[in-house]
Ligand binder design. Structure first.
Ligand code: IDP
Ligand code: MG
Length: 139
């Protein structure tokens, strides 16, 4: 059975370019409910932990540096088939390859600074949500 929750971040470029409102509008218009949300910033060490799965990839250093470079918005979202539908809404990792109308196509700067994160599985959605939120912050 597909889960009904996913985890997202509006990444430092999305926040710095003042796209928080526009991105949240698209998320809500697509039928997602916000179950938890916070404006925060990752330390270097927290970014390393969050992206540990990518630690062997050549872009890991760049990714950690970038994700800790400024504030982000973290959120847990709810919708039927949330993980898959949210990945469709955000589009491909590289905005140059993302479909028209997707969040990354509209708001991302580059393959690294690509505006939003979206969990890739129900299991990772649960892990990533728990990284930022405790039970009493989730509605
Ligand atoms: P995803 O965010 O679409 O799931 P992943 O492959 O899981 O993409 O990569 C995680 C993040 O690492 C991407 O969102 C992007 O910020 C960064 N990233 C991925 N590939 C590259 C790359 O080739 N160069 C620089 N950064 C990258
Ligand atoms: Mg990923």
């Amino acid at each position: 059975m597909q889960g009904n929750k996913t985890f997202t971040m509006i990444k430092p470029d999305g926040v710095a370019n003042n796209y928080i409102g526009a991105i949240l509008d698209k998320i809500i218009a697509a039928g997602f409910n916000i179950k938890a949300m916070k404006y925060t910033r990752l330390s270097r060490q927290e970014a390393e932990t969050f992206y540990a799965i990518h630690s062997e990839r050549p872009f890991f250093g760049e990714l950690v540096e970038y994700m800790s470079s400024g504030p982000i918005v973290a959120a847990i979202l709810e919708k039927e088939n949330a993980v898959e539908d949210f990945r469709t809404l955000i589009g491909a990792t590289d905005p140059a390859k993302a479909a028209e109308g997707t969040i990354r196509k509209m708001y991302a700067e580059s393959i690294s600074a690509n505006a939003v994160h979206g969990s890739d599985s129900d299991e990772n959605a649960a892990i990533e949500g728990a990284f930022f939120f405790s039970g009493r912050e989730i509605f």
